[in-house]
Design a protein around this ligand. Structure first.
Ligand code: NAD
Length: 498
């Protein structure tokens, strides 16, 4: 594997050589990754099963297909995303070309988390490759089987001079963080997020932090409970609640709570049978540490449904909890497991107060048919994303940026946003060096006069959009002609041409 400094130095030399700059090279690497996901699908599914007992359907839909679709999207759009973006200009620059050029940052570090061990490390990697960077890929050591598989297969498909898997736990990641990267993309908990941010600050390295927290789920009395409960239970039980945007807890009135529990019992049985432990579609907790942590959380409040567990399998059944105290850990810490506490509130205003008294969530779910209430909550709260009348599904829309705000993270990605995240937006003003350009802009030169100032104010003034390029040219021509006229007839010299 080489030491952290050797790996980074190697990639930096490759980046300096310009190898990753041609779009064709990036396309080839993305195509190779696509091939890898197809050819190694069985191995990937087996590794995810070993790490999380993740079922095949969830592995394909929520990890592999998400990556493949992201590659397809990049391949379809990469030339468009990478090309110069010409921007509007003022009269003063009418003959010139201002544009944004997207440059790769250089050598970037992508640190993944264990809950979607393939998707969460490879999705940012794909964005970084598309944008032309060299990448150090750091999978989570907690999902050991997937990390091992990636170490084996990535070198078979990606150029080793530009993309390297670097494995390990805290010591290895700490060593990596001592190196100077040009961008760091981290997914994981916020305590480590702070460590990453601090390490990045030492080198003034920009970062994206994809963190977690408690994502509330508000249910209004107008919501259709039959469908709402299915969508909430699905969101809570996918990957056994080990999803950063899983609904963490319910906010509803006491009356809705009673109905919710009745419907949830039926839905859970419908999804996983009478004993979810036997269901091939119900996963397991990733590690003994997390299993014990979730059991501790279960001690807060009263179990209204579920509560079964088996340490030998790291199994915890879908569990609904009521009457938890505000100081119980289950209402303070991110659950990241199949426990669903219900917090009673009186109305939408009460829900808003509850949400705003805590850290800004990664996701906020609102189940309601009442548009006014939805708007009220939306306008008065801040969260990474909002999904109305469903859970998790906002992630399937890759034209929406995905990321947190405040304690739930900074920056975003998915689709074109990934490309932009890993690109420096370089401002370019390409000036005309001809006589007309010089003539139009020469009044900026000293010695200054009030006449020159008025001229420049006119040229730089912000105008309405309806001054399109043609109109700008026309006005520039008129201005030039007028100033020449004033100059030649009355000797009013705006311009000093020697
Ligand atoms: P984790 O234990 O896999 O840690 C994440 C990464 O941080 C790993 O690669 C690990 O090696 C590294 N790491 C751990 N300790 C470190 C240290 N002291 N110094 C440097 N690096 C270190 O995953 P986790 O943190 O348990 O993940 C769960 C959390 O991540 C939850 O809070 C969840 O909400 C959040 N999450 C967020 C997203 C998102 O997209 N916003 C996605 C998944 C998970």
């Amino acid at each position: 594997m080489g030491s952290a400094s050797e790996v980074v130095a190697h990639l930096r030399n490759s980046f300096k050589s310009g190898k990753t700059l041609p779009i064709e090279f990036r396309i080839k690497q993305l195509q190779n990754l696509h091939k890898m996901y197809n050819e190694k699908q069985d191995d990937i599914v087996a590794a995810l099963h070993s790490d999380l007992r993740k079922c095949k359907i969830e592995s394909i839909l929520m990890e592999i297909d998400m990556l493949i679709n992201d590659i397809k999207n990049s391949l379809q759009n990469i030339y468009r995303w990478a090309r110069k973006e010409y921007v509007s200009k003022d009269l003063a620059n009418v003959l010139d070309a201002p544009y944004i050029q997207r440059d790769p940052y250089g050598v970037v570090l992508a640190i993944g988390s264990w809950n979607y061990p393939l998707q969460l490390v490879m999705l940012p990697v794909q964005g970084a490759i598309a944008a032309g960077n060299c990448v150090v890929i750091k999978p989570s050591e907690v999902s050991e089987a997937t990390a091992k598989l990636l170490t084996e297969i990535i070198p078979q498909y990606l150029d080793q001079d530009c993309y390297r898997v670097y494995n390990g736990g805290i010591p290895e990641t700490t060593a990596l963080l001592k190196e100077k990267f040009d961008y760091i993309f981290y997914t994981g908990n916020s305590a480590v997020g702070k460590i990453i941010h601090e390490a990045a600050t030492k080198h003034l390295t920009p970062t994206t932090l994809e963190l977690g927290g408690k994502s509330p789920c508000y249910i209004d009395k107008s919501a259709d409970l039959k469908y709402s409960v299915r969508r909430i239970i699905w969101g809570k039980c996918a990957n056994v609640g080990q999803t950063c945007v899983a609904p963490d807890f319910i906010l509803c009135t006491k009356e809705i709570q009673d109905r919710f529990i009745q419907v949830a019992k039926t839905v859970i049985t419908e999804f996983f049978g009478t004993n979810p432990k036997d269901s091939p579609d119900y996963g397991r907790i990733v590690s003994d540490r997390h299993f014990q942590r979730i059991l501790e959380l279960m001690k807060g409040g009263k179990i209204a449904f579920g509560g079964d567990h088996d340490a030998s399998e790291k199994y915890i059944s879908p569990t609904i909890i009521i009457d938890a105290n505000e100081n119980d850990a289950i209402l303070k810490e991110e659950i990241f497991g199949p426990l669903l506490p219900i917090v009673n509130i009186t109305d939408a205003y009460d829900a808003i107060n509850y949400i705003n008294a805590r850290d800004k969530p990664l996701a906020l779910y609102i189940f309601s048919k009442n548009k006014k209430d939805v708007d009220l909550i939306m306008k008065n709260t801040s969260s990474g994303s909002v999904c109305v009348n469903d859970t998790i599904m906002q992630l399937t829309v890759d034209t929406l940026p995905f990321g947190g705000v405040g304690a739930s993270g900074m920056g975003g990605y998915h689709g074109k946003f990934s490309f932009d995240t890993f690109s420096h937006k370089k401002s370019v003003l390409y000036k005309d060096l001809g006589i007309l350009g010089e003539y139009l802009s020469a009044p900026r030169y000293p010695p200054y006069t009030i006449g020159k100032m008025r001229y420049l104010q006119f040229m730089l003034a912000k105008r309405h959009k309806f001054f399109g390029t043609g109109t700008n040219y026309f006005i520039a021509f008129l201005t030039g002609a007028l100033s020449y006229y004033l100059w030649s007839i009355y000797g009013i010299k705006f311009i000093q041409m020697n």
